[in-house]
Design a protein around this ligand. Structure first.
Ligand SMILES: C[S@@+](CC[C@H](N)C(=O)[O-])C[C@H]1O[C@@H](n2cnc3c(N)ncnc32)[C@H](O)[C@@H]1O
Length: 268
């Protein structure tokens, strides 16, 4: 039996999750990024609802195409609003599968599992063994719901994403600094209709502090100006788009924000 959350002084609470404080600092945890995680949860909740609504609308359309006498319940949905259970069963929507590609302590993955109703499996990847061990402890500490949904996995995110094409409805990239090295594999890993969430903390580069580095990482030259944070968002989005298009895909920005010391974009 996993232990109950204890409110131990050696633990840190955020949202509904509690993780063990890592005194050695060998596993990344940034308290200041609580807004990043909160916003991501809000976007995920919206995504789960929107996906269900779109699925229901599609099902209604398909049912409307079937003559009433062929409906399983023999009733015309136009007059009764009843659902064709056979059709619904056949096309039931699977809970969205999430990849937290750079998981560290697993806090974000655990919060997604505990705080987003209707979420499916959350795979928490990290290429650091110490991080994955801490992730396992934290998942266990957060009880049965977290343990049943969050799966920790030691792997290089780039290889994992490349070898799981279009497998995840949600892919989350939250790297140290720049996400540039992960974008090409990430855009291939998201399922059609899915969402890619991406942070970048290398603001000095994106906001014009080092134009050459920005060009080499993102393919854009930044300019220094009052609008530099908005420009940083546009540079990241353009880079994501350029990777997507190489694989005959495209992006639609949903929310793009500059917060505290980083930027975060959500694209479908
Ligand atoms: C900024 S931390 C992630 C923080 C976490 N998402 C959160 O919200 O608390 C970045 C993590 O990415 C991991 N990482 C770096 N390169 C990686 C790679 N190629 N594959 C998998 N994990 C990687 C690091 O070990 C580190 O734990």
């Amino acid at each position: 039996e996993p232990p109950e959350i204890a409110g131990d002084p050696d633990t840190v609470r955020e949202g509904r999750a509690e993780i063990f404080a890592d005194k050695s600092n060998s596993v990344f945890f940034n308290k200041a990024q609580v807004n990043n995680r909160d916003l991501s949860i809000a976007v995920l909740r919206w995504f789960v609802l929107k996906r269900q609504e779109e699925h229901d609308a599609q099902l209604k359309g398909r049912r409307a195409d079937i003559p009433p006498e062929q409906h399983a319940d023999g009733l015309d949905p136009a007059t009764t609003g009843s659902e064709d259970t056979a059709l619904r069963k056949e096309s039931s929507l699977k809970a969205p599968k999430v990849l937290e590609a750079l998981a560290a302590s697993g806090l974000r993955a655990i919060r997604y599992a505990l705080e987003v109703d209707g979420i499916g499996e959350v795979i928490a990847l990290d290429n650091n063994e110490v991080a994955i061990e801490s992730c396992k402890r934290n998942i266990y500490h957060n009880g049965i719901l977290a343990s049943s949904k969050v799966v920790p996995h030691l792997a290089d995110a780039r290889i994992y994403m490349l070898t799981h094409p279009k497998e995840f409805d949600v892919v989350d990239l939250d790297p140290y600094g720049s996400p540039a090295a992960f974008l090409d594999s990430a855009v291939q890993c998201v399922a059609d209709g899915g969402i890619l969430m991406c942070s970048a903390t290398d603001m000095a580069v994106l906001a014009g502090g080092n134009a050459e580095v920005c060009f080499s990482k993102y393919g854009s030259y930044p300019v220094r100006g009052k609008y530099r944070h908005e420009m940083a968002l546009r540079i990241l989005l353009a880079c994501m788009e350029s990777h997507a298009i190489r694989h005959k895909r495209y992006i639609v920005p949903v929310i793009s924000v500059h917060m505290d010391f980083y930027i975060r974009v959500f694209v479908s």
